[in-house]
Design a protein around this ligand. Structure first.
Ligand code: NAI
Ligand code: MG
Length: 503
């Protein structure tokens, strides 16, 4: 495709429409309508208007997709690692070639900025690069026993897997689960979020183009209750990878427990960015800005709390207010730094938290309202917001807001910083800023979270394992560990005849 995402975006904003998008479920290698014939619409959060319709699935569509995935599994588990590698590597290339369309569609579905969407598409391609390589390295081990036994392990695909995908990173979250599942030899039924169905459909089409046999990947679109619930309850699903809210994650894990299927839960967070007394205030302000305002704060691992030492508080906050007030907010296809909130409901949830803080007399340094950026831009926006000097039990400190709202906590020692950081029910991520690497590493050791970064909140990449502790969930995605959920070890042990006696 030679046309750029910007050109496609200009045509869309000028009312010239979009390139054709797949709109049915992908089942048995074909896009097909719902059994019920029902459809629903996806809204462009930057305009608050519907831009395309897609199939609204139900239990009948789920049943067809799982049957298709069982046939797909029979083929794919017999497909050798070299061919799995080839297909996944081809997909990575096709995702990059299709980046203009995928990025545009991601911006329209989710509300993020086009540059964020491009980043997310590249990160999806990287997932396929990485797990293409992993596909050929899934070795078992040989276990030393007595001389008359040989024991070894095989790492076999766990079976048909379900992937429940949220709306904040619909492109890379699809790839993060589907690529390792395919590397392991599993088949897939994916359910994208109801507000962001399209990039999963486009990528599923690319998987077919790369030579993946029909049935190995299936996508069913629609509501969580109508499609997600029957999918996770289906007896043929052997593993579920879920990313989303704590409440829905618990429901999914309960459904899986009834038939003893395994689950990976990537739930929310209330992750701290900790600025120690010897930090560089400029680096902290820059780091905190993007820790919270990337994707308008709709990130499970967002740095949604700034825990800052009193001695640097004023230097950090002065800089952060200036940077925050310079952010341009608007439709993701325009020249902006921060896009829309994915849905009106989510925007209202964010607003509810900030109004609660206002009613409690908290110090809102900037933001604190919904923004209407221009006449042409009537979508669901929220101003980047900073709330200062919050106590450890404030709802804005302990609960996930999932929006562009930073809760600032002031502390007087490293110990108080650590206690504040570990003081919520979540344990996903934490960032530390300090000039003293020993001091930062000591704190990293004591933090109760799945990830810690030092002096760059978003440091890392596809090769680094990612996941939570406590309410943030369990299991790991990305990295070598990310394929483990899709494998089941089989140990084979052989009794040998005794060695002939030595003469
Ligand atoms: P949700 O957890 O209900 O939705 C996530 C996915 O689960 C969607 O695909 C949805 O259709 C599906 N789902 C819903 N009910 C289901 C069920 N009974 N069985 C199976 N699948 C089901 O989250 P929602 O309502 O979109 O957002 C609510 C809050 O969740 C947000 O405000 C945010 O705090 C958190 N969230 C966290 C995410 C993360 O990255 N960890 C992503 C999205 C939301
Ligand atoms: Mg949408």
């Amino acid at each position: 495709m030679s046309v750029t995402a910007e050109e496609l975006g200009r045509a869309y904003l000028a009312g010239e429409g979009l390139p054709p998008l797949p709109r049915g479920h992908l089942i048995d290698g074909r896009f097909q309508p719902s059994v019920s014939g029902e459809e629903m619409e996806s809204f462009d959060p930057g305009l608050g208007t519907a831009f395309a319709s897609f199939a609204a699935g139900g239990a009948d569509d789920v049943a067809l997709a799982v049957t298709s995935a069982e046939r797909g599994l029979a083929i794919w588990r017999q497909t050798g690692p070299a061919e799995r590698h080839r297909v996944l590597q081809t997909v990575a290339g096709l995702i990059r070639e299709t980046s203009p369309l995928l990025s545009l569609v991601d911006t329209l579905d989710s509300g993020k900025t086009l540059s964020e969407a491009k980043g997310d598409v590249e990160s999806a391609a990287r997932m396929f690069d990485y797990y293409a390589a992993i596909a050929e390295t899934l070795e078992g081990s040989e276990i030393p026993l007595s001389q008359d036994q040989i024991s070894f392990t095989r790492r076999e695909p766990v079976g048909v897997t379900a992937h429940i995908i949220p709306w904040n990173y619909p492109t890379s979250t699809f790839a993060r689960g589907v690529a390792p599942a395919l590397a392991a030899g599993c088949s897939v039924v994916a359910k994208p979020a109801e507000t962001t169905p399209f990039t999963a459909l486009v990528m599923a089409d690319l998987l077919l183009k790369a030579g993946l046999p029909a049935g190995v990947v299936n996508v069913v679109t629609g509501l969580g209750t109508a499609v997600g619930a029957p999918l996770v309850a289906h007896p043929a699903i052997r593993h579920i990878t879920f990313t989303g809210s704590v409440a829905t994650g618990v429901t999914v894990a309960q459904a899986a427990a009834r038939r003893v299927a395994s689950v990976t839960l990537e739930l929310g967070g209330k992750s701290p960015l900790i600025a120690l007394s010897d930090c560089d205030p400029d680096a902290v302000a820059q780091g905190a800005l993007w820790a919270i305002f990337s994707n308008a704060g709709q990130v499970c691992s967002a740095g949604s709390r700034l825990i800052v030492h009193r001695s640097v508080h004023s230097a950090v906050v002065t800089r952060l207010v200036a940077l925050t007030e310079a952010l341009r907010v608007g439709h993701g296809l325009r020249a902006v730094d921060m896009g829309a909130i994915n849905s009106k409901a989510q925007r209202d949830k964010i607003s509810g938290y900030v109004e609660g803080a206002r009613a409690r007399g908290r110090n809102i340094l900037t933001g604190g309202q919904s923004v209407r950026t221009s006449e042409a831009c009537q979508g669901w926006f929220y101003a980047p917001t900073l709330i200062d000097d919050l106590p450890t039990d404030d709802p804005c400190v302990v609960e996930e807001i999932f929006g562009p709202v930073l809760a600032i906590q002031i502390v007087d020692s490293d110990e108080e910083a650590l206690n504040a950081a570990n003081g919520t029910a979540f344990g996903l991520m934490a960032g530390i800023y300090s000039q003293d690497i020993g001091r930062a590493l000591a704190m990293a050791r004591d933090l109760d979270s799945g990830q810690v970064t030092i002096n760059d909140y978003w440091a890392g990449g596809v090769a680094v394992p990612f996941g939570g502790r406590r309410l943030s969930g369990y299991g790991r995605e990305k990295g070598r560990e990310g394929v483990a959920a899709y494998l089941s070890t089989k140990a084979i042990t052989v009794r040998l005849p005794a060695s002939p006696a030595k003469a």
